[in-house]
Design a protein around this ligand. Structure first.
Ligand code: UD1
Length: 420
């Protein structure tokens, strides 16, 4: 398993261009199953998760090709309707093929994804969505089997105990595009990636209103066509680099970002004493000494994203004073706290709350990454700690960040990838 050796203590300086968002690209690639025609997706980052989604589509009979950052998918007339465990177990987001398959073919067999390091992550809301559209769902041998002669429009509320579900909203929206009649999704997730998926579906010929708000209306059409699309930039990558600039007391310009998608994040950076200047689609982040303590609570969009919680916990571990970080979306998403403590941080975790007593500096150490965003937090801590930090198990990081060591390297970071 690859690991990173981070030689920390150098401020990040320079300019970086954000890639398209993983969490927009994955459902958009799955949505290509909704048409037999070719779809062309631009500015696709080279991530493990993108590779997994492309392999999944290929295993279902789709023609897939890639040239640089442009990906072409042609699902053809009769894609296979089964998503096998061998691929689904590598990436939960494989469940995004459920909605398109049920919507277009009236049958999907998708392996249950199972748990993951950040909690149980149930799929009940995904099933609720497609059942409301008339699919009969059964679970056998670890597979979800969903059948419907033709999906039909319905009204469904998708809010769960922790708020709306991004994945269930996307799946239901995709299935509803080819349904007979109108579907109304209430309690829909408002994340920009959901709105971007709707933008792609509309380009394919779907009729969707309200995506990006809690009520989404989809008028079913009989057929969708191929199209060309460029997904939105990755607000989580942008937020991660912004925290890296702050933690190393550097100054980084991030181009091709949408500051409007980062409202709660920019507010927290500013509360932490980090200077952020936005101009159109770019922003400049400057770290100015030790951050101030601040209280962060994750929430569905437009709240503070859970996918930046670990990185902010790392930032606040260097804060002046005590910060409280509350994780409201996923249970067990504080695995990074113990690793940060091994680097000299002082974080007490109690259930879904972390009390972060700021320290004046972090120390290098050997640490273990537990999930995608936790891994990023450890790399950032390594950049801030003067000396040699080793981050083990970075395969998590490769799932969601494109060659992070090279990107940060262009900003002056010294990070070596050690293979093996
Ligand atoms: C997506 C993102 C992930 C992000 C998360 C929350 C992708 C590929 N992943 O994950 O990076 O952290 O949104 O912003 O886009 N829930 C249920 N029942 C369900 C589904 C979800 O109770 O059927 C719960 C979850 O356990 C969680 C909450 O709803 O507590 C939100 O999860 P959800 O929005 O579905 O996350 P994902 O779509 O899996």
């Amino acid at each position: 398993m690859d690991r990173f050796v981070v030689h920390g203590g150098r401020p990040l300086e320079g300019t970086l261009t954000a890639m398209s968002a993983k969490n927009a690209v994955l459902p958009i690639l799955a949505a290509c199953l909704l048409t037999p025609e070719e779809c062309v997706i631009e500015n696709v980052p080279m991530l493990e998760d993108v590779g997994t989604m492309l392999r999944l589509l290929e295993s279902m009979g789709a023609g897939v090709s890639r040239s640089g950052r442009t990906v072409r998918v042609r699902a053809g007339e009769e894609p296979c309707c089964e998503a096998h465990y061998d691929i689904v177990r590598k990436m939960r987001a494989s469940y995004y093929v459920l909605g398109p398959l049920v919507g277009r073919l009236g049958h999907a067999r998708v392996s249950l994804p199972g748990g993951c390091a950040i909690g149980a992550r149930p799929v009940d809301l995904h099933l609720k969505g497609i059942e409301a559209l008339g699919a009969e769902v059964s679970i056998d041998h670890g597979y979800i089997d969903a059948r419907a002669r033709r999906v039909r429009g319905a009204t469904v509320t998708l809010e769960g105990p922790n708020g709306p579900s991004v994945g269930a909203t996307a799946n239901t929206m995709m299935a509803a595009c080819l349904a007979k009649g109108e579907t109304v999704i209430r309690g829909a997730a408002c994340e920009p990636e959901v709105a971007d998926l709707a933008g792609f579906l509309e380009r394919m010929g779907a009729a969707i209103e309200g995506a990006g708000t809690p009520t989404v209306r989809v008028k079913g059409v009989s057929r969708l066509r191929g199209c060309r699309y460029r997904p939105i930039p990755d607000r989580i990558e942008v937020g991660t680099v912004a925290v890296a600039a702050a933690m190393t007391k550097g100054k980084v310009e991030i181009r091709n970002c949408r500051p409007g998608h980062l409202g709660a994040v920019l507010e927290m950076l500013e509360q932490g004493g980090v200077e952020v200047k936005t101009r159109g689609r770019s922003m400049v982040v400057s770290g100015r000494g030790r951050p101030k303590a601040a209280n962060v609570s994750t929430a569905p969009y437009p709240g503070f994203p859970t996918d930046l919680q670990a990185q902010f916990t790392a930032l606040l571990s260097l804060g002046r004073g005590t910060s409280v970080v509350t994780e409201s979306i996923f249970e067990s998403r504080f695995m990074h706290a113990m690793e940060l403590n091994r680097m000299g941080a002082n974080i007490e975790v109690n259930g879904n709350v972390a009390v972060v007593h700021g320290v004046s500096r972090l120390r290098p150490a050997q640490v273990m990454a537990s999930d995608l965003r936790a891994s990023a937090a450890l790399v950032l801590a390594g950049l801030a700690a003067r000396g040699r930090t080793e981050v083990l198990r970075i395969y998590h990081l490769d799932r969601g960040y494109e060659r992070l060591e090279e990107k940060l390297g262009r900003l002056g970071a010294r990070i070596e990838r050690v293979r093996g």
